[in-house]
Ligand binder design. Structure first.
Ligand code: MG
Length: 158
């Protein structure tokens, strides 16, 4: 059986605003994430993991931030493109595993909603979606609350 593994990593910086997109779910918060698109750092890491598994470059290759069409664009579009590309390779998602790295927001309050959103976007059952969060014990830019980082791993099978 043909199998492909991929990983993705992304970081966005916090800015002023009224909430942030995370995994296709809008988290209300007294801050936002800065980005050319909707700045959904989780969907960006996941999209890059899938594209990486396929040897199809990265999100910047397909959706350059110099292209005005990508301004404010929903990151679910980027994920949809990666999933279409995956189907063209005759592969499907087996599971995804995601780690959100930062001091805020607290994932425990939104885990269910983000998981549901990822089920809807990927078609995966809940037991094929790992969704975890960690702080960095106050260390580094995530520890200082300056930004949010996400790591994503995927396994693609025939
Ligand atoms: Mg990004």
């Amino acid at each position: 059986m043909r199998m492909r593994i991929g990983n993705g990593f992304d970081v966005h910086v916090y800015t002023t605003g009224q909430g942030l997109w995370l995994g296709g779910y809008f988290v209300e918060a007294p801050y936002a994430l800065k980005g050319h698109s909707d700045a959904d750092v989780l969907l960006h890491a996941l999209t890059d993991a899938i594209l990486g598994a396929l040897g199809e470059g990265d999100i910047g290759t397909h959706f350059p931030d110099t292209d005005p069409r990508n301004k404010g664009r929903a990151s679910s579009d980027f994920l949809a493109l990666a999933l279409e590309t995956m189907k063209a390779h005759q592969l499907r998602l087996e599971n995804i595993d995601i780690t959100i790295i930062g001091q805020k927001p607290r994932l425990s309050e939104f885990r269910g909603e983000i998981s549901k959103s990822l089920m809807s976007l990927t078609g995966l059952p809940s037991d094929a979606i790992g969704l975890k969060a960690t702080t960095t014990e106050g260390l580094g830019f995530t520890g200082r609350g300056e930004g949010l980082a996400v790591q994503a791993s995927v396994l693609l099978t025939e």
